[in-house]
Design a protein around this ligand. Structure first.
Ligand code: HEM
Length: 156
């Protein structure tokens, strides 16, 4: 990420905190409309009840805010990354889904932030999302490989 991206994303942290839940609830709405097949990943949350769906949206909002506010000190997020990566592996999330969810999140930001979603802000968030997605994808692939190895050892 460029220093400009880091600075722009960090400057959006307050508005991301204020509107985070609106953004992520809108994100799931867009995602489930455009990709109904993604619903099955959320059988423990959105598919269970609207309340569980709102809880999931709140968790996502908190993580997006944590990312925006710590984007210049990502080492502080390593425990959170580990926990989220494990939640993703447990529900069998895969790398190919990240660009889809990214588009939904960026579209939701645009809808909810309105005028504050300037082209510069959208560009910075696109780069920042891709960078965060790469962190999760790398860690999740490692966990999948560790699980595979364990399985192979068990069946030897
Ligand atoms: C950078 C992008 C993403 C961020 C920041 C993110 C964030 C989160 C967070 C904070 C949680 C809650 C973890 C917990 O309960 O401890 C979570 C869970 C989850 N995420 Fe993501 N996520 C991202 C991408 C994705 C993608 C691409 C998918 C694919 C559909 C996905 C699907 C899920 C699912 C299914 C859960 C678990 C729901 C359950 O508890 O059963 N996420 N994510």
């Amino acid at each position: 990420m460029t220093p400009e991206t880091i600075q722009i994303v960090k400057s959006t942290a307050p508005v991301v905190k204020e509107k985070g839940k609106e953004i992520t609830e809108r994100m799931y709405e867009i995602a489930f409309n455009e990709r109904p097949e993604y619903r099955r990943f959320f059988e423990n949350t959105h598919m269970k009840s609207p309340e569980e769906g709102r809880k999931q949206a709140a968790k996502l909002a908190a993580s997006v805010y944590a990312y925006a506010s710590h984007i210049d000190e990502l080492e502080k997020l390593s425990d959170a990354v580990e926990q989220i990566a494990n939640a993703h592996v447990n529900t069998r999330v895969i790398a190919e889904q990240y660009p889809v969810i990214g588009e939904c999140l960026l579209a939701a930001m645009k809808d909810i932030l309105g005028d504050a979603a300037t082209p510069e802000v959208m560009e910075a968030w696109t780069e920042a999302y891709n960078s965060l997605a790469a962190i999760f994808i790398t860690r999740e692939q490692e966990i999948y490989r560790e699980q595979d190895k364990k399985m192979q050892a068990e069946f030897k």
